[in-house]
Design a protein around this ligand. Structure first.
Ligand SMILES: [Zn+2]
Length: 149
């Protein structure tokens, strides 16, 4: 059976599956994400503004991080994954996220990024689960795109 492999791409390939617009996107609708992502339709005209753009918790509007902390992991800022329960997540990677606090112990179980352990992170103000802190040779936050604005 390929059940596990289908739910969990890492099991089959050893690699994550970055978002690739050429392949079509299977993520569920994310109505709040449209304004936070620089669309290809506006090349360059927002770049200076985006450098200082605050990124907020979509639930309580607390400041989580800002656009300057955005980073690319394995060549991609955004990644799409399934968790072991088959739930899809689209995450955005940030070097630092002062508004997100880690919870629980670090584990390598089911990690999306080989070589990295993870902890849950939640909004420091409203405690919403916002994503994960990955630590390995370096560290970064993978924050759920639909929970940012
Ligand atoms: Zn919040």
């Amino acid at each position: 059976m390929t059940w596990c492999e289908r739910l969990w791409p890492i099991t089959g390939t050893g690699r994550s599956r970055p978002v690739d617009p050429r392949l079509g996107r299977t993520r569920p609708p994310a109505p709040t994400s449209g304004t936070a992502r620089p669309p290809a339709a506006h090349p360059g005209d927002q770049s200076a503004h985006l450098e200082e753009q605050a990124i907020l918790c979509a639930v309580c509007k607390a400041r989580i991080t800002d656009q300057r902390q955005a980073t690319a992991i394995d060549g991609h800022h955004e990644h799409a994954f399934f968790n072991p329960a088959g739930i899809a997540f689209e995450i955005r990677c940030f070097r630092a996220a002062p508004g997100a606090i880690p919870r629980g112990g670090a584990t390598a179980a089911f990690t999306w990024f080989p070589g990295y352990r993870w902890r849950f992170v939640q909004c420091a103000l409203c405690r919403t689960h916002l994503g994960w802190l990955f630590t390995g040779a370096d560290s970064f936050h993978g924050l759920i795109a639909s929970l940012l604005r």
